[in-house]
Design a protein around this ligand. Structure first.
Ligand code: GDP
Length: 356
């Protein structure tokens, strides 16, 4: 499964947030035989549609899609030079498919800041600089090798060109993702700044309703997704039932918990989407990549579904809710038979027909 690596300077609230995340661990509840790694948190992707489907179909169970987070040991200035946890840190981050930076905005004199002051913009710069420097090191090693391999006709010139372009962008201080560099030809290099980034700003409780501050912070991260939360509050929320949690959030002027926002935005940053299935046993969301066709989507349930794919009966969630049942949706002409070239859309409620 694709994973999101959580990184950040020391004392920004990573562990607090990660602990809150793992309290929501769905693996333990739904997959009792799965091995649970201490630094991995698998959390449900919030999807209110599943509850609605479960009511329509009388489902016994609801199985949401999941998002996996990996807690990566703290980054420090100099990580790219292998200081402290540097090397291990970089190896872990290379394995992640997206990077979630936790940035401290809360101001607490009792919690020491590594650089002596709370400054979200300079913290972001510190982390991004380390990642850019590490990628540049990777490229400095790779470019001479690729140059040789191209002249020996072992590697296509497009690979070297991609590496040189990446080097140029990084030297200007820009991340590869932000610059939109196509790193497909140099995928094997595992360049870190080519991964999607998202940012969690750990705020003081009384900053949670401060939209002006949040807009300023969002400006620091270009087009990347930003999530605003208070890590300690997220921890408290895990102890409450649904109604109590909603009430507490409301008292801070917040609609959705930070962790739910993080799960949704993280899932999106990974380029994933879901489709839905429903029946008396379960209502379930299945994870696919954006752009996948119906047979590919069927393969997520079972490889036989993909091999023997005939067609998919698709009803959009909204049509199903409006008509009230599959039979009514069919009668109203809202059930579509889609073939093997159909590209799945978000909110498709699907039943696959296949040969065994
Ligand atoms: P990490 O080093 O980034 O993993 O940070 P921790 O989660 O261990 O938090 C460092 C310290 O900051 C701990 O004493 C936390 O209780 C405290 N802390 C974490 N989040 C918040 C927050 O949102 N507000 C305040 N005031 N303190 C926090």
């Amino acid at each position: 499964a694709l994973t999101i690596g959580i990184v950040g300077l020391p004392n920004v609230g990573k562990s607090t947030m990660f602990n809150a995340l793992t309290r929501n661990n769905v693996l333990a509840a739904n997959y009792p035989f799965a091995t649970i790694e201490p630094n991995v948190g698998v959390v449900p992707l919030p999807d209110p549609r599943l509850k609605v489907l479960a009511e329509i179909f009388g489902s016994e169970k609801i199985l949401p899609a999941t998002v996996s987070f990996v807690d990566i040991a703290g980054i420090v200035r100099g990580a790219s030079e292998g200081e402290g946890l540097g090397n291990k840190f970089l190896a872990n981050i290379r394995e992640a498919d997206a990077i979630c930076q936790v940035i401290r905005a809360f101001d607490d004199p009792d919690v020491v800041h590594v650089d002596g002051k709370v400054s979200p913009s300079s913290d972001i710069e510190t982390i991004n600089t380390e990642l850019i420097l590490a990628d540049l090191q990777t490229l400095e090693k790779a470019v001479p090798r690729l140059t040789k391999e191209v002249s020996g006709k072992k590697v296509d010139k497009s690979v070297l060109d991609a590496a040189l372009e990446a080097q140029k962008v990084l030297e200007e201080g820009t991340t590869l993702f932000a610059a939109g560099v196509d790193v497909e030809p140099i995928r094997e290099l595992g360049l870190m700044t080519a991964k999607p980034f998202l940012y969690v700003f750990n705020l003081d409780e009384d900053q949670l309703g401060d939209k002006e501050l949040q807009a300023q912070l969002a400006d620091l991260v270009g087009g990347a997704d930003a999530i605003f939360l208070n890590a300690k509050l997220e921890m408290d929320l895990t102890e409450l039932d649904e109604d109590e949690a909603a009430e507490l959030l409301e008292s801070y002027g917040v609609e959705e918990s930070g962790l739910d926002q993080l799960a949704r935005k993280g899932f999106h940053a990974l380029g994933l989407q879901t489709y839905l299935t429903a029946g008396p046993k379960e209502s379930r969301a299945w994870t696919i990549h954006k752009g996948w066709t119906a047979p590919q989507a069927a393969g997520v349930i079972h490889t036989d579904f993909q091999k023997g794919f005939i067609k998919a009966e698709v009803i959009s969630f909204d049509d199903l809710v409006a008509t009230g049942s599959v039979a009514e949706a069919r009668a109203a002409g809202k059930a579509r038979m889609e073939g093997k070239d159909y590209v799945m859309a978000d909110g498709d409620v699907v039943e696959f027909r296949f040969n065994v």
